[in-house]
Ligand binder design. Structure first.
Ligand SMILES: [Zn+2]
Length: 223
């Protein structure tokens, strides 16, 4: 009967299709919790990139995957987001980009949900008047980028804006709120991010203890 030959063939195609559909999930679960792709474009203040990378890794409890900086300078965020979404791999929850654009803009940053890309304008965050007494402008800039990177990741994970003035997930009403809000998620927001990423509390605490949120193959020698 012809059907006796067709049925195994259909079964093989169905199996193949299921494997292809499941590949992103398998890849994401291979290191437990997935990663956040991380890139920079344009000049950055000294030490900022490494601090933001470590801050994200420690507080999210997941590995941050550095991506090589694109050769082309950024003139327009929409085009950059469209190009950079292709740099994501299946295990990436999202891609976060720190940018000093070649064409100056007052845009603080933008989250692209369809592309799973968040772009932060470091050049603009650096020009805002400081609001915390006794804190250097350099420290203001690093903390602003840390806060807005945490918020961009949270939004791309599917979290909502938080009303708590101390939570990184709060949408700051102005520059003063940005400088005064916390750099981390509040406990409910953190619990939600953990549920979404599947981060294990013990693993996150281990990372905090070791003081390094960077993926093992990205770790630098202490000296
Ligand atoms: Zn919160």
């Amino acid at each position: 009967m012809p059907n006796d030959h067709i049925t195994p063939r259909i079964a093989r195609w169905v199996c193949l299709a299921l494997i292809v559909l499941a590949l992103p999930r398998i890849a994401r679960s291979s290191d437990g919790t997935g990663t956040v792709a991380f890139l920079t474009s344009g000049a950055m203040p000294s030490g900022l990139v490494e601090r933001v990378q470590i801050h994200l890794g420690l507080n999210l409890g997941i590995s941050i995957r550095p991506v090589a900086s694109p050769n082309e300078p950024v003139h327009e965020f929409d085009a950059a987001a469209e190009a950079w979404t292709k740099l994501r791999v299946p295990r990436d929850h999202c891609l976060i980009a720190l940018v000093t654009p070649a064409t100056a803009t007052n845009l603080r940053g933008r989250v692209y949900f369809n592309e799973s890309v968040g772009i932060l304008n470091v050049q603009h965050l650096a020009t805002i008047k400081p609001h915390i007494k006794d804190l250097s402008i350099e420290e203001h800039i690093v903390r602003r980028v840390e806060k807005e990177a945490m918020r961009a990741v949270g939004l791309l994970l599917g979290m909502q804006a938080c009303p708590s003035v101390r939570c990184a997930m709060r949408t700051p009403a102005g520059a003063s709120e940005l400088d005064n809000k916390g750099r981390n998620y509040c406990p409910p927001c953190w619990a939600q991010s953990m549920r979404i990423t599947g981060v294990d509390l013990q693993e996150r605490n281990r990372r905090m203890f070791e003081g390094n949120g960077i993926a093992p193959d990205q770790k630098k020698s202490p000296r």
